[in-house]
Each structure stands twice: as C-alpha cells, then as structure tokens.
Ligand binder design. Structure first.
Ligand code: ADP
Ligand code: MG
Length: 370
C-alpha cells in the first residue's frame, strides 16, 4: 500500500485546544512525521465547552444536541476548521494533497457501560468547508460492539514502538485530561485508562487560582502530598479492575468531592498530582509483566512535578518523555488520529480485544466526503 498524507485533529478532555498534526503513512508504518500546530481555546470558548460538558452529563442519546451542546458543537467545528485552514497555509499544503483529515471531535460524555459515548463535531460540515475527506466518529462502532471505545491510540503507539529501539515490555503513557496507557510486548497489545490525568488538577487550579493549570507543576512542588488520601482514593473500584477499562473526564470528581476543601492550593495540587502518578503505578500489577521502558506523552509530560512523582512511583523502571524518544509530547494524539483516519479509509482495524475489550479487531470511523 502506498503512503499518503493525512492530518489528525485532537481536542482532548483537558479542553485546552485543538492539536493538529500531519503524517505520511500507509496506516501501518509511519513514513514521516510532518508539521504540528495547536489552536488554543480562548477562556470564553473553554467556558462554553465546560458548560456543554456539564449539560451532557444527563444525555441518553448520542446524537442529541440540546441548547448549549449545539452551540459548543458549532464552536468545535469552527475551531477545527480554522486550525486546518491556518495549518494548510503555514505549510504550503492544498486540500488535494491530503488523503484525509482524522477528526476526533470533543468528548462531552463517556459512558461505555451504558453503550454511550458522545463526541461533538460534525464531520460532514468540516469536510464541506475544507474540501478534504474527513473521517470522524471513531469511537461509536467500538462501543456499539461492546467495547470501551477508548483508548484509540494504541495501534499507533505500536507502529511507533516498532520503529524504536527500547527494552520491552514498553509502556506508552498519555497524560491528557484522563491518563491512558498502551502496553506493548511483541504482538501483545494491552491498553486502558489508568485514572485521572490533568483534568482534576486543572479544575482544582482554576477554582483556587483562576488559572487553568499548574504551570510547570510549581504549586504542586511547593505542597505536601496527603498519602492517606491517596491510599483512600486508590480504594475506588476502578483501580481493582483489570484492563480494558476507560473513564469519563469527571468520574473521580465526585469521589474526591470536598476532601481537598481547605487544604490550600499547594497541598491540594500536590495531592492531585500524586494521585495521577499513583494511579499509573496501580496499573502495573494488572499487566503481564512490569514495563521495562516508559515513554510519556501528553501535556502532563510538561509538568516536571508530575514527571518526578511518576519516576518515584515507577522506579526502578526508567521513564522518558515522548520528546526524549524522538516523538512529540503535544501532538502524539493528533498524529494518532491521522494514522487512524488512513486505517479507516483502508478498512483496517483500529480497536482490538486487548485495547477496548471489543470481541474482535474492528475498524471504525465514518467517512464524510466533501
Ligand atoms: N507547562 C505545563 N505545566 C504543567 N502542566 C501542563 C503544562 N503544559 C500542559 N500541561 C497540562 O497538559 C494539559 C493539556 O494536555 P493535553 O495532552 O492537551 O490533554 P488533552 O488531550 O486532554 O487535551 C493542560 O490542561 C495542563 O494540565
Ligand atoms: Mg489538549
């Protein structure tokens, strides 16, 4: 099969922005990484996305778009279209150069146990505006077939790992709003969400400082971790369950509840950062062997306090950032959706029994032609 150019678009549960990435791939190997970009959401846009996420909590129908959710979907489409239009100009690309755009959309609700996962973003409208075929709605077929619908990047991680020299088993950890791991050992591919990523921490910081993240982990570095609280939070039944398993962005919000009220910004940030690290370490007993190499991507890899806590809790296994492995910290997920779009065009499977619990390898994504 010949290699083609595809753009991937990811707007994760951190709701920080739209990541854009170009890759050259046949859906099996990555011939070349191309340019990357990010189109951040403005504070006003983030408020709308948060409102729509809250409004989506009670949805029972994945295609329903009441009130705020319709407004948020229009924002998501406009932000993604702008992101691609700017990217094409900046990189001297024409729509005709691209085989596909992989459009994840914005998850508002993820309830696979109810057969429900809701991503907003209208692939047909995006394809019409861009004049490029768009592959979207990547999670639906998997959930309809009984899978978790997440994570979706594992088959991309495996392709990357095959082109990298690291000691197996290799764990690729993505620290987005939710954290997820891909475990690769030869042909063995296992994946799941591990627990909270940055979302709880971001929400806590916004509430206590008005700023939406703990920049460079500075608040957490100045605080003290409440290990008793970590031990209590690790009693959540999610951590006792074997993979595959996945989470909604807000699953732990109620469980943490008011436990951090009054502890102070630094201590609260330290404890939530440690919770993310401890939750990652808690997956290791569920894996066939402890990973010998850890590669960490996603915005959380830019948080040195989180990286230090991870290194402590995963020791003696070495951890390195995606950047150190020659990959992208910020664009790995966007690259994954470019790769998945090409796999979808070619009818190749994107989810597997080991990654989502789907009964057999399954393709996914819906093609919208311009
Ligand atoms: N310099 C930084 N210091 C601390 N945290 C950071 C930094 N840069 C990014 N992050 C974290 O990463 C998040 C974005 O990560 P991202 O991989 O885009 O997640 P998602 O896929 O959920 O959108 C931010 O919300 C923030 O929590
Ligand atoms: Mg993001």
């Amino acid at each position: 099969m010949s290699s083609v150019l595809a753009i991937g678009l990811m707007s994760g549960t951190s709701q920080d922005g739209v990541d854009v990435a170009l890759i050259d791939t046949d859906g099996e190997r990555i011939a070349q990484f191309g340019a990357t970009a990010c189109r951040p959401y403005t504070p006003v846009e983030r408020t709308l996305l948060r409102g729509a996420t809250a409004a989506a909590a009670n949805l029972t129908e994945r295609t329903a778009r009441p009130g705020l959710i319709a407004k948020a979907e229009q924002l998501v489409n406009d932000a993604h279209a702008e992101a691609v239009e700017t990217f094409l100009i900046a990189n001297d690309l024409k729509p005709a150069n691209l085989a596909a755009v992989g459009f994840h959309g914005q998850t508002l609700l993820h309830r696979p146990e109810r057969g429900l996962t809701v991503q907003i973003g209208d692939g047909h409208a995006l394809a019409a505006r861009l004049g490029i075929p768009v592959v979207y709605d990547f999670r639906a077929a998997d959930v309809a077939a009984g899978g978790q619908g997440a994570p979706l990047a594992p088959i991309f991680h495996r392709a990357l790992v095959r082109q990298l020299n690291r000691k197996p088993p290799i764990a690729v950890l993505n620290l987005g709003g939710v954290a997820n791991i891909t475990y690769i050992d030869g042909d063995t591919l296992i994946a799941c969400d591990t627990g909270p990523g940055n979302a709880l921490l971001d929400d806590f910081l916004r509430l206590h400082t008005g700023h939406p993240l703990d920049t460079d982990g500075r608040k957490a570095a100045a605080g003290t971790v409440d290990e008793g609280m970590i031990a209590r939070l690790l009693q959540h039944p999610f951590f006792a369950a074997a993979p595959p398993k996945s989470l909604d962005r807000n699953d732990f919000r109620g469980f943490v509840g008011d436990a951090l009220d009054g502890v102070g910004t630094e201590n609260g940030a330290a404890t939530l950062t440690a919770l993310t690290a401890a939750a990652v370490a808690a997956i290791v007993p569920h894996l066939p062997r402890p990973p010998a190499s850890w590669i960490v991507a996603g915005g959380g890899a830019r948080n040195p306090t989180l990286m230090r806590m991870l290194a402590e809790r995963l020791a003696p296994a070495p951890i390195e950032s995606a950047h150190e492995a020659g990959w992208s910290i910020d664009s790995l997920e966007a690259q994954a959706f470019a790769f998945l779009a090409v796999r979808s065009l070619r009818g190749l499977p994107i989810t597997f029994p080991g990654t989502t619990g789907v009964p057999r390898p399954l393709t996914g994504g819906v093609l919208a032609r311009p």
